[in-house]
Design a binder for this molecule. Structure first.
Ligand code: ATP
Ligand code: MG
Length: 369
């Protein structure tokens, strides 16, 4: 059921991550998403793990306090869910009608879920039919995960209108900001470089073909710096932010030792190997279809750790696939006039929550039309 939201009402999108919680207070106006406020707050340690809010009460306090302190006044909002147990993928099933599929989706979904399908919220959409078969978008998220997030938000007086998969929000922001269709009509990958993990999603012709969750993220790098050099947290984070991965491709002509970068290189390379494995797996699944249009021809990077300097160049260099940062502020669909200019350099960090906010604008504009 599409939400009924007046185009002038402010609404709040919330992206709860293991490292930080992102808030976007927005307003839809004349087909444009106006960003009123963007805030990110550190997630209290050990509060979010693999997509589940382990301490909804503590998270609830953080959300309430942030809303109060920053005047994020909104009655309605949207929330994303993600993590290794959240599934969004296109599956091929024998042709059946909508009503029959509704009855059997629980059973069908069980084949693709890591735990019992009864423990999940499940949704589907029939995409198209080919002969005796049909392609279906299957979406599933563990109930515990969804409920832990809703519990955290419950006391904030924000009525959550939509709960959607993080990857949908990510896809939306890429589609909002892309200036050209994928090269050769090929597949593209979304790579979310987060705190505890990196999520790789491959989309082909707007369909979810694969999602993989790699347990290496920006915080893995911070932890390595802390463990090896015995830095404090703030010092390690600052050193990480100042590193430039371009120095791994073109070492400075003066032989200049950079011990932190040398320490992190094998971890980054391991992460890149895992990303490559995901892309190769996708391509192997394409079988004989792996012609030009089956290849992953571009990578879009988002998430806080995508702000590491030179990361897009390093990935392009290592993977041989053109890689670019998601730039959610560089589209005429988003009005950034209310934001602090400094925030405009944090596009990858806020990309997911901006993609999530756009769902309400689009729906509200559609309703208002
Ligand atoms: N300017 C920057 N340069 C390098 N790394 C950065 C920068 N800003 C943030 N990061 C890193 O980004 C990571 C957090 O990213 P993000 O906030 O997207 O994670 P999250 O969404 O909370 O985590 P997850 O998606 O894994 O649950 C941290 O490791 C942080 O140190
Ligand atoms: Mg995240």
């Amino acid at each position: 059921m599409p939400p009924k939201i007046s185009r002038v009402n402010d609404f709040l999108a919330i992206d709860i991550g293991s490292h930080s919680v992102k808030f976007a207070l927005c307003r839809g106006q004349n087909d444009i998403l106006r960003l009123e406020r963007l805030i990110h707050m550190p997630t209290p340690p050990d509060t979010v793990k693999e997509g589940v809010v382990l301490d909804p009460q503590l998270m609830g306090q953080l959300i309430r306090k942030t809303i109060a302190d920053h005047g994020l006044k909104a009655k309605t909002g949207t929330l994303t869910v993600g993590g290794p147990q959240a599934v969004a993928r296109t599956v091929r099933l024998p042709k059946m009608n909508y009503a029959t599929l509704s009855k059997s989706i629980q059973l069908e979904a069980g084949r693709y879920l890591p735990s019992a399908s009864e423990d999940h919220y499940i949704g589907f959409d029939i995409l198209d039919e080919q002969g005796e078969q049909m392609d279906v978008l299957l979406v599933a998220a563990p109930r515990s995960q969804v409920m832990s997030r809703l519990d955290a938000i419950q006391a904030s007086n924000v009525g959550i209108e939509i709960v959607e998969m993080e990857v949908f929000a990510q896809q939306r922001v890429v589609e909002m900001t892309r200036t050209e269709p994928p090269t050769d009509g090929g597949a593209y990958a979304l790579v979310d470089l987060g705190g505890a993990h990196t999520q790789v999603t491959v989309l082909r012709q707007e369909r979810f073909a694969l999602t993989r969750y790699i347990p290496i993220g920006g915080d893995t790098l911070t932890a390595a710096l802390r463990g090896y050099f015995h830095y404090g947290l703030e010092e390690a984070v600052e050193i990480k932010h100042n590193l430039n991965l371009r120095d791994l491709i073109h070492p400075p002509s003066e032989p200049q030792e950079n011990p932190p970068l040398r320490l992190l290189q094998p971890i980054l390379d391991e992460l890149i190997r895992e990303i490559r494995r995901s892309l190769n797996y996708y391509q192997s699944q394409m079988g004989d279809d792996a012609n030009r249009s089956g290849k992953v021809t571009e990578i879009h990077l988002l998430g806080g750790a995508a702000q590491m300097q030179g990361v897009e160049e390093y990935l392009t260099h290592k993977l041989g696939v053109p890689t670019q940062l998601v730039k959610p502020f560089e589209t005429p669909l988003v009005d950034v006039s209310k934001l602090h200019p400094e925030q405009l350099s944090a596009g990858p960090l806020f990309a997911g929550v901006i993609g999530a906010s756009a769902v309400l604008t689009r729906e509200s504009l559609r309703n208002a039309a």
